[in-house]
Design a protein around this ligand. Structure first.
Ligand code: NAD
Ligand code: MG
Length: 398
């Protein structure tokens, strides 16, 4: 039986809902018992209130202050504390628990992830952007608080499960698998015309809008390359990406003797979440199972950096170091949302990222503060300003 007192930051999103569903299924199966301390959501009051009525957390926070009255109405008759605003989300993340799921999307999740990292809790990290922006300082912060960081991103969960943490010198390289996204076989000419609806229609995974766009541009695999470098202390030249359209092998570790260990499973985020929830134990839940005979075969191909330049840009940002990964993340986020808002063509997301990185002298963007989170947010804000200006100029020129 896995027993945990948990907080879920970003509970109304794709990963957040999967986390609560998984806990529900484990409780129904009699293999888990969970007490929820905190749930936070961005703007979806109905879903947050429904989750709160099911889990009876001590505190529920809605990031958007305008929606607090609706949340209070929806929770009338309960004794659940409610709050709103960014500061309340961060405060909620500091509440003592055994396990925190950091599942807010984008740089908006930085402060709360950073706050949770100092509590000594196990930090289940879905919010890859906070690791990309704060870098190894986030890992150090978790460690020095007596907590443990467990990656939830399926690729990093896979590597975490087969990586020899006690003897990293045994590893030659990491191999991240990528589905290739919805445009794996689409020509550049056709990619230029793709709409947000086409881009969010991922072939294997059901995810939030932003990460779906990142999968379509392969910026997601770029962010994941940076994430893997920090988590497993690897340089860019020891992290390879292979496209594997079936999304069955979630990533691999190649050892120095030529042996390669892979982790496999159906493409369902509940499996890496279950791993993070129970580690070092295993949570029994009614998981979907692999049927390899039915699958028949697994296929692989090299990524195409001409059609997916974001991958190369991320690798260059990782090698450049300093604030370049934070700038990459910020520009990519601005570009992805501009595309979702139909203000930018699909291929121009990577163009905006490249131009923002070019315009940003990374030393010029260091911040006076010692706090890695404040420093990352200062760089993030400046990079966003530059990226938005590039998009506006392009719109005026068009
Ligand atoms: P999502 O968009 O479905 O959900 C995001 C959550 O964050 C929601 O609860 C939303 O309300 C909340 N949120 C958004 N903006 C906020 C703000 N400004 N302040 C506070 N809360 C805010 O996203 P998702 O797909 O669940 O992804 C969450 C994170 O997990 C991302 O970092 C993503 O890269 C990572 N991830 C997701 C998947 C997946 O399968 N969805 C897989 C691997 C990693
Ligand atoms: Mg992933």
């Amino acid at each position: 039986m896995i027993r945990r007192r948990v907080s879920v930051l970003g509970s109304t999103g794709s990963v957040g809902c999967s986390t609560l569903d998984l806990m529900d299924q484990a409780e129904a199966a009699g293999t888990g018992a969970f007490q929820v301390e905190v749930l936070t959501g961005g703007a979806n009051v109905a879903r947050l209130a429904e989750q709160a009525r099911r889990w009876k957390p001590r505190l529920v926070v809605i990031a958007d202050p305008a929606r607090l009255p609706d949340l209070r109405d929806a929770l009338v008759g309960t004794d659940i504390e409610t709050a709103s605003g960014d500061a309340a989300v961060v405060e909620a993340a500091t509440r003592p628990v055994d396990w925190v799921m950091a599942a807010i999307v984008g740089a908006a999740g930085l402060r709360s992830t950073w706050a949770a990292a100092a509590t000594g809790a196990t930090l289940a990290l879905a919010n890859k952007e906070s690791l990309v922006c704060c870098g190894p300082r986030l890992i150090e912060r978790v460690r020095s608080s007596g907590g443990r960081l467990i990656p939830v991103d399926s690729e990093h969960s896979a590597i975490f499960q087969v990586f020899p943490a006690e003897a990293p010198e045994r590893v030659a390289r990491l191999i991240l698998t990528a589905s290739g996204g919805p445009f794996r076989q689409t020509s550049l000419v056709d990619m230029a015309r793709m709409t947000p609806e086409q881009a969010v229609a991922h072939p294997n995974w059901s995810m939030g809008a932003k990460i779906s766009i990142d999968s379509a541009t392969m910026a997601n695999k770029g962010l994941e390359t940076i994430e893997a470098a920090y988590l497993f202390d690897m340089t860019a030249d020891r992290i390879d990406v292979v496209v594997h359209p079936e999304s069955i092998i979630h990533s691999m570790v190649e050892y120095v003797d030529g042996s390669t260990l892979a982790q496999m499973g159906p493409p369902d985020m509940k499996t890496p979440i279950a791993c993070a929830l129970a580690w070092p134990n295993r949570l029994a839940w009614p998981a979907p199972r692999l049927d390899l005979a039915a699958l028949g075969r697994l296929t692989f191909e090299a990524p195409d950096e001409t059609r997916f330049p974001a991958l190369k840009l991320a690798r260059e940002a990782l090698s450049a170091g300093g604030t370049a990964p934070t700038v990459f993340n910020a520009a990519n986020e601005v570009g992805a949302y501009a595309f979702l808002d139909r203000k930018l063509g699909f291929l121009n997301i990577a163009v905006v990222v490249a131009e923002t990185l070019e315009r940003t002298t990374c030393e010029g963007m260091t911040s006076a503060t010692d706090d890695a989170c404040d420093a990352a947010l200062a760089v993030d804000a400046e990079a966003r300003r530059i990226a938005r200006a590039i998009i506006e100029r392009r719109a005026m020129a068009a």
